[in-house]
Design a protein around this ligand. Sequence first.
Ligand code: NCD
Length: 451
Amino acid sequence: MTLKGRHIVGIGDLTREEIELIFRTADRFHDRPQSQPYPARDYQLATFFFEPSTRTRLSFESAMHRLGGSVLSVADAAHSSAAKGESLADTVRVVSAYADILVLRHPAEGAARLAADLCGIPVINAGDGAREHPTQTLCDLYTLRQEFGTIEGLTVALYGDLKYGRTVHSLARGLACFGANVVFAPVTPSLGPPPALLAHLRAEYGREPGWWDPSGGAPIPRVDALYLTRIQLERLRHGHEALDARDVPRVDRRQLRRWGVDDGTLLMHPLPRAGELAPELDADPRSAYFRQVAYAVPVRMATLALLLGVAEEEWSSGWGAPRRIQLEPSATVPTGFIGRGIPCLNPACIASREPEAVAPRFSCAGVLDGAGLVLRCHYCDEPARAVGLGDRLAGVFRAAADPAVRDLLASASPDELVLFGAGADAGREGFGVTTPAEAVAVGALDLARPG
Ligand code: NCD
């Protein structure tokens, strides 16, 4: 098993076995944090942060220094050419010419996916808007493993802003992947988990989450850990969410007693806290959040060493020839199909925020009977619809009802097909239609919006 040259955009990019390899590697760095003989000494890490960070950026940089590598750091994108209007696509292409691995944080959903598509170097998502933060999940799962000896079978309550909190979006998936139980505890009903996450947990892992309403007066169900998060004030989009967020109770000893949280329950938090977690709990034996912070260094040393392909060298203590990581060109071709006249409807998506630089791309999630194709945005997973597709090799437009569509979707490479929101656009792009009757039908088709 090797992780050399891989991207980590979502926690789903890693299998359970691969996460366990990261943990076994982290164990060795945990025992020996000043890694000799500096296996990453010939490599450079670029950290590019378009949003504030303390823990994530510094622990990645500390990890790289401890591996003997060097670091190029943009802690504030206001001091980069992004401030002059440079697109993210151009920015990451430039960075990939200077560094061997990139850690990126950006407010747009799907930003890391775009970077992974364009960079010939491994990309680690350090947070893309409200979507995912997979390496925080590696730190969280490692903490659970250290504290309980296992993750499988544990029950973890996720509390706070489950709508915009990217840490919990990745963590819920990571827990499900390890056979742990998730209890969702949104601090207010308007900040519950996105429906797409619930659908994913069911479809991918066959797991049904539990629910607990922290403001409802009922005691907390039996859990091994209570994972607290702050309200993501910078992402609240609607007035009523902001209003609800004002009344969030402070978690302190009294509140824990009121909820019936017992002495064996671990208290976790990705930090930073913003008033929701009382400092009086810092000395409480249940509180694990500063240990969580410390585990980030060995976990991120392991992640960097494995993606750079130098972990093996560390174990054999040899001084092998340095190798620059270069992805296979095919690995950098986006896996999504181009969409014409189908904008991503998520205003926070990188494709919506930087439309000049990022063409909308989609994966096809299914074919509706004659009514269209069900799509998911390649960058942010937002649903969309197409009426049919253009087959570039045959030069023909095929409506969704055409039986050939399913085969094409299963076998064609991304750049051989173009998805269309309206049949008329296909005609304008020079795609032919198979029969005159179909030409009339295609002309009448209009952009279908997801229901
Ligand atoms: C989190 C983040 O940036 O998503 N912080 C972190 O990386 N530990 C949590 C947060 O900002 O609330």
